[in-house]
Design a protein around this ligand. Structure first.
Ligand code: NAD
Length: 288
């Protein structure tokens, strides 16, 4: 396939490199100029003639402006595959605009981070027409290990923010429980051994334990270097709250998690740390 790839940052760069091993990839990025991917002079030039144009961009506003530039340049029936994490409304607006240009659109945000992008082990959650999803399935197979079709346009983003709202809330719950356990004199290894095999178990406890030296290796064992940065968790929690407001859904735990990560990132030294660094954040505090 002929692929245009726009947004060659931490995630897009390695994803494009994996695709370039077996497809004809032309990239574009306003800042990053990787040497091992052929580059175009503009987003429209990268998109022209492509069967599939992939975007991997920071947010919904940038996605909308890039979509407005590339859709008129794309060839008829080509697919715009957006893998960025953006608000549901932007994903749906971009898909509607694609249709007006005779194009197909898939929103397919990812889970798996930079390691997943590099190793080709991402999980994709996709919204859009099933036929378009099936057409890009071979690309998902190269960039990832699993792709789930979640329904109509925007549903990939909906799945992503619901998943990450659970993740943020659960990480906070795991961290605050560790600190309570510490203060009650419970050994962290004993805490892990019980919870990881009891009804409080979760991915954050069992696979990504926020306590250094406990459980499988995780960012906690590397001074909380990300991993999945606290800023990105805050971004996703904010997206969940924008969506919850628009859909009139009551999400008190998501709201509390968004407020805690905002405080952590903006005022408590959380920027640049893994999102599991909530554990030392709770350690530094008392109840009042
Ligand atoms: P990044 O900032 O490293 O990369 C984004 C790239 O887009 C940058 O290189 C930037 O120069 C480029 N860009 C910005 N505006 C542009 C424009 N108008 N035209 C062309 N290029 C433009 O970010 P990232 O970590 O690669 O994340 C990309 C997306 O993936 C985000 O939506 C993020 O939320 C999501 N995501 C990231 C991770 C992660 O661990 N980094 C995990 C899952 C999802």
């Amino acid at each position: 396939m002929k692929i245009g790839f726009i947004g060659l940052g931490n995630m897009g760069g390695p994803m494009a490199r994996n695709l370039a091993k077996s497809h004809n990839v032309t990239g574009f990025d306003t800042l990053t100029k990787p040497e091992n991917i052929p580059l175009a002079q503009s987003a429209a030039a990268a998109a022209k003639d492509a069967d599939v144009v992939i975007t991997m961009l920071p947010n919904g506003d940038i996605l909308r402006s890039v979509a407005a530039e590339i859709h008129p340049a794309m060839k008829a029936a080509a697919i715009h595959l957006d893998c960025s994490t953006v608000d549901v409304e932007s994903a749906r607006a971009v898909a509607t605009q694609a249709e007006t240009h005779g194009l197909q659109a898939i929103d397919a945000p990812v889970s798996g981070g930079i390691g997943g992008a590099t190793n080709g082990t991402l999980t994709f959650m996709a919204g859009g027409a099933k036929t378009a999803f099936e057409t890009v399935q071979p690309l998902f197979d190269i960039m990832g290990q699993k792709a789930v079709h979640c329904g109509a346009s925007g549903n990939g983003q909906a799945a992503k923010i619901c998943n990450n709202m659970i993740l943020g809330v659960t990480m906070i719950a795991t961290c605050e429980a560790f600190v309570l356990a510490d203060k009650l004199g419970l050994d962290r290894q004993a805490m892990f051994d019980v919870v990881s095999t009891s009804s409080g178990y979760s991915w954050t406890m069992n696979a990504y334990c926020p306590a250094p030296g406990i459980g499988p290796e995780s960012p906690a064992d590397n001074d909380y270097q990300p991993g999945f940065a606290a800023e990105l968790m805050l971004k996703d929690l904010n997206l969940s709250q924008i969506a919850a407001k628009a859909a009139d859904a009551d999400t008190p735990m998501g709201q509390a998690a968004a407020a805690l990560y905002k405080e952590f990132v903006e005022n408590e030294g959380g920027a640049g740390k893994d999102f599991s660094a909530m554990l030392p954040r709770f350690e530094r505090r008392n109840r009042g």
